[in-house]
Design a protein around this ligand. Structure first.
Ligand SMILES: Cc1cc2nc3c(=O)[nH]c(=O)nc-3n(C[C@H](O)[C@H](O)[C@H](O)COP(=O)(O)OP(=O)(O)OC[C@H]3O[C@@H](n4cnc5c(N)ncnc54)[C@H](O)[C@@H]3O)c2cc1C
Length: 369
């Protein structure tokens, strides 16, 4: 089969690898001149990444053993192994794997439009256009996916966060990263300080509105100066997003497969890539294959809806409840990739978390599947 993948990000690259390895002819189209640039990601990975059995040495920047979570007046430290990656190297790792299996990479090639069953691709280096007619198209072209839109698959209710991040110099504990919650700091999400080393960190915020204002305020509060600035769009998971139509599959950020609580899309996207490959290679039902990921992302979205209603006092309560040995033990046993055991066990061991469920009563519509 002739497969065209639009977008050589990590998720498109991984899908290209899985499909080329199975013997298909895979063409990977990337609009930029380089894979992984510009950088639009912090590069945090939970240790669930280990389940993919892939070597990390070519892209690993740091390994954390703890995360400190702060509300306006409290903080707690959760011990957990996590990875920090270099996104250009991470993206290239997957594309190189795919190329070793025979996939063809076309840099400076962007998807322009669909004409009947054909796709129009622009080669910006040579200022030419060409028409391709693949058997299968995979839209892995990020959160604003032009390809998904061309196939009429981009769900109209989808929304996005804007993330702004800087590389800064300072003095850091390279063994852990920090997340700051609170309406003043970063309404709707959190600000982060993620050290690459003892002297360099990635610092950022993500919000739906006024991101630059919150970013500037956080940088000022912490006394950081921008060394290198990055910004990007992060999709909010949408349960109604269709994943396949005609001969087109939508994958990764293009499908909005991102955890709505933390905006991490790498592990869910890689899992979805495996499900899409299985569906193409073995004829498996895609929705059935992807259901475990969807169920987790659904709960993340519901938690997001709850967190969006939190006052600063609620964040203080949340962090105070988290800072108990019996709750920390749960948070250290499970990664955030699957929030189900975390939610169920913490509610059981600390019934005061039920206090937050009052928002459920105020807005029951959000909790209907
Ligand atoms: C500030 C910020 C911080 C983040 N931090 C984290 C984090 O710490 N951990 C985590 O798991 N996730 C994080 N994310 C989310 C993560 O970056 C995404 O989930 C991930 O990049 C999704 O990969 P992807 O391959 O689906 O899409 P992308 O990485 O967006 O790749 C899409 C590719 O398609 C290309 N493309 C776009 N349009 C076209 C076109 N028309 N034709 C051809 N090519 C095209 C793009 O150039 C790009 O290379 C963060 C995002 C942001 C913005």
């Amino acid at each position: 089969m002739n497969i065209a993948i639009i977008g050589a990000g990590p998720i498109g690259g991984y899908a290209a690898y899985l499909l080329a390895k199975a013997g298909h002819s895979v063409e990977l189209y990337e609009e930029h001149a380089q894979v992984g640039c510009p950088i639009q990601c912090t590069g945090l990975l939970t240790h669930d990444f280990d389940q993919f059995n892939l070597p990390k040495d070519s892209f690993l920047v740091n390994t954390f053993r703890k995360c400190t979570v702060s509300s306006p007046h409290f903080s707690t430290t959760i011990n957990q192994k996590e990875y920090l990656v270099s996104r250009p190297k991470f993206d290239w790792f997957f594309v190189e794997l795919a190329m070793k299996e025979g996939a063809q990479l076309h840099l400076n090639h962007s998807f322009l439009r669909k004409e009947g069953k054909n796709l129009v691709i622009r080669d910006s280096a040579h200022k030419t256009e060409k028409i391709i007619s693949p058997d299968i198209v995979i839209a892995a072209d990020g959160p604003l996916s032009k390809t998904a839109k061309a196939y009429g698959m981009f769900h109209p209710t989808r929304t996005n966060y804007i993330g702004i991040q800087a590389t800064v110099e300072g003095k850091f504990d390279p063994g852990g990263y920090e997340a700051y919650f609170g309406k003043e700091i970063c309404p709707g999400l959190f600000a982060w300080i993620v050290p690459e080393s003892a002297t360099i960190a990635r610092v950022g915020v993500a919000t739906m509105k006024n991101t630059k204002h919150y970013f500037d305020t956080f940088m000022q509060q912490k006394g950081f100066t921008v060394k290198e600035l990055q910004a990007g769009t992060i999709p909010v998971y949408c349960s109604e997003q269709v994943l396949q139509k005609e001969n087109c599959y939508v994958l990764g950020d293009a499908a909005g497969f991102v955890k709505a609580t933390t905006l991490g899309g790498l592990v869910p996207g890689l899992k979805q890539a495996e499900a899409v490959a299985k569906s193409i290679l073995e004829g498996k039902d895609l929705e059935k294959e992807v259901k475990p990921v969807r169920t987790r992302l659904w709960l993340h979205l519901k938690l997001r809806n709850l967190l969006d209603k939190f006052s600063d006092e609620d964040f203080d309560k949340m962090v105070k409840y988290m800072d108990q040995p019996r709750i920390r033990a749960i948070l250290e046993q499970h990664t955030r990739e699957n929030p189900w055991p975390i939610v169920l066990k913490t509610l059981f061991r600390e019934p005061r978390f039920l206090y937050f469920m009052r928002y459920l009563v105020l807005d029951i519509g959000h909790f209907l599947p």
